[in-house]
Design a protein around this ligand. Structure first.
Ligand SMILES: Cc1cc2nc3c(=O)[nH]c(=O)nc-3n(C[C@H](O)[C@H](O)[C@H](O)COP(=O)(O)O)c2cc1C
Length: 78
């Protein structure tokens, strides 16, 4: 899987937008979350999906992949 190289050091608040694939965040977003340091960052997740996914599981995934528990609600949510 290719790494998404974006320097997030200058940002305090990051909107994390992804497709839902197989009840889970899309793989490129998982790689982005895993490969960057989100300590002291506020994450605002939002997703597109076709109606078959659970919000709590996706939020758990974000917590597992990052080191932040500062996850806010996005304006577009499920
Ligand atoms: C391989 C694949 C798996 C998907 N799995 C799910 C799923 O588990 N739950 C769901 O609600 N939508 C699922 N979808 C639907 C996508 O989330 C939906 O198509 C996308 O968010 C809408 O963006 P699009 O218009 O670019 O397709 C899946 C789509 C693909 C291609």
């Amino acid at each position: 899987m290719d790494r998404i190289d974006i320097d997030i050091s200058n940002y305090d608040i990051i909107f994390v937008g992804a497709h839902i694939w197989n009840f889970s965040m899309s793989l490129p977003m998982k790689a982005f979350l895993k490969n960057n340091n989100f300590q002291n960052k506020t994450l605002i997740p939002f997703f597109t999906y076709s109606g078959v996914a659970t919000k709590n599981r996706i939020i758990e995934e974000i917590e597992e992949l990052t080191n932040t528990n500062d996850i806010k609600k996005a304006y577009v949510y499920f």
